[in-house]
Write a protein that binds this ligand. Structure first.
Ligand code: AMP
Ligand code: ZN
Length: 458
């Protein structure tokens, strides 16, 4: 049966069938690199990673593209604020180009630490100015633009279905038009190209047919997705906040230029909340992955926490739940480590697990199937191999984990050896006495299916 994915365009689950036979196009809106990513941002990339892994589990060859927004994303949605990059530059005293580089490197490091699969293509807005100018030129030729004193704008009144993705109430917006819209003709109109302010030079600016300036934020995604995936591709993702403005505007641009709504499926990751409010780069609750690491949390414990909630529900962050995730992950890793190798996949459990994934990435239910498998009477070697299969989706890198090596002193190893002999000779009282002696010295012996394991008592 085909995967069922929730498409926000239709607002329903739909069977997924790819546009092309041999590849699936997946475009994910990437970071604005004026600051570090917070763990809320990273939740969205984790959802997209799960989606990609699910597509690959279904045998699709995924052309995964992520953009880097390094120009044009303004502080306010109203097209009149400062460019976030220039603001970041003032904050740090470095140039906009330097901070773009710095936070791109930091972002890619977070991606690696969370074991998020690298996209096949990373693309930067500033590397695609020509493509964006060409895109705007076509929109202009088709009659969708107008000029104000500060830029070239998209006239949303030219499209009857503008804002359909967000089920936008245009009448309501028109009625509220008294809000300051400056020279814009409609409240929903947005900048395609902004002019550099009169008499000053921006750090990032380019010549264009309309004057020196820089692209609006939304045009980069239309131009780069068209370049790398064609103007009509399979799945477009981002966080839920993008539905109303950024994605609605990307669709308007493509509709005008190519007559498509970009993507067949529109999927959105729901927010990580903190104290019931959204985590944002401007709020005080700015938690980076590094903040968690500094608190001795393994980045994969954060991954595990995110996997435990469905991507279409908001997740409330707390340190307690994160620490519980760390404990749960450690337990899973130890279980995996202690299972013997050489088994085969248990097909019943594998099928049940995949059926949950194929039902709109239902990770919480898939994980419940995993725990059930571990408690079942499936033989131990098969359990390990089935876990390997599950980990293709979970991305916890179970295979490479090893318990922390503590030096076991020679006299303890001697006691362990004596206990082994006592057990072979079935002298149980002596075996128990030796176990107690080992424990009194701060160590523990466990008899696992893979043999005897000695570790320090934690
Ligand atoms: P930005 O770097 O601000 O452009 O955002 C990068 C991605 O993170 C976008 O897809 C946003 O929709 C998403 N995002 C922003 N805040 C959150 C949050 N609190 N939880 C989940 N995703 C978020
Ligand atoms: Zn985008």
């Amino acid at each position: 049966m085909a995967m069922q994915l929730y498409d926000n365009w239709e607002r329903s689950l739909r069977p997924f069938t790819p546009i092309h036979q041999d590849w699936v196009g997946l475009y994910c809106c990437g970071p604005t690199v004026y600051d570090y990513a917070h763990i809320g941002n990273l939740r969205t990339y984790l959802f997209e990673d799960v989606l990609r892994r699910a597509l690959e589990l279904n045998g699709y060859n995924v052309r995964h593209v992520v953009n880097i927004t390094d120009v044009g994303h303004l502080v306010s949605d109203g097209d009149d604020g400062e460019d976030k990059m220039e603001k970041g530059s003032r904050r740090t005293g470095q140039t906009a180009w330097e901070i773009a580089e710095k936070y791109t490197v930091a972002f890619k490091e977070d991606v690696q630490r969370l074991n998020i699969l690298e996209p096949k293509i990373w693309c930067k807005a500033t590397d695609h100015i020509v493509e964006q100018i060409d895109f705007i030129s076509v929109i202009e030729e088709k009659g969708y633009t107008y000029r104000t004193s500060d830029g070239i704008y998209f006239d949303t009144s030219k499209q009857d279905d503008y804002g359909y993705l967000a089920r936008l109430n245009r009448e309501g917006l028109e009625a509220g038009k008294r809000v300051e819209i400056g020279e814009k003709k409609n409240p929903t109109d947005f900048a395609l190209w902004k002019f550099s302010p009169e008499g000053s030079t921006r750090q990032m600016e380019w010549d264009s047919p309309w004057g020196r300036g820089f692209p609006g934020w939304h045009i980069e995604c239309s131009a780069m997705s068209a370049k790398y995936l064609e103007p009509w591709f399979d799945i477009h993702c981002g966080g839920e906040d993008h539905i109303a403005i950024h994605h609605s505007n990307e669709i308007a641009q493509n509709q005008a230029c190519h007559g498509t709504r970009l993507a067949n499926f529109w999927m959105h990751g729901y927010f990580l909340q903190i104290d019931a409010g959204k985590m944002s780069k401007s709020s005080g609750d700015f938690l980076r992955l590094q903040t968690l690491i500094d608190d001795n949390i393994d980045p994969l414990a954060y991954r595990w926490l995110c996997l435990s909630a469905h991507y279409r529900s908001q997740l409330n962050f707390s340190w307690e739940s994160l620490k519980a995730s760390q404990t749960g992950l450690n337990r899973l890793r130890e279980t995996y480590f202690n299972l013997p190798s050489g088994g085969s996949i248990n097909q019943d459990y594998a099928d049940r697990f995949k059926a949950e994934i194929d039902q709109d990435l239902n990770l919480p239910k898939a994980i419940a199937v995993m725990w059930e498998m571990l408690k079942s009477n499936v033989n131990d070697a098969d359990k390990k191999t089935t876990l390997d299969y599950f980990d293709l989706m979970l991305g916890l890198n179970l295979k490479v984990w090893e318990p922390k090596k503590t030096e076991i002193p020679a006299h303890i190893l001697e006691l362990v050896e004596q206990r082994k002999i006592a057990r072979q000779n079935k002298v149980w009282a002596e075996s128990d006495r030796l176990r107690d002696a080992i424990k009194a010295a701060g160590f523990e012996v466990e008899d696992t299916p893979a043999g005897m394991v000695v570790k320090a008592v934690s």
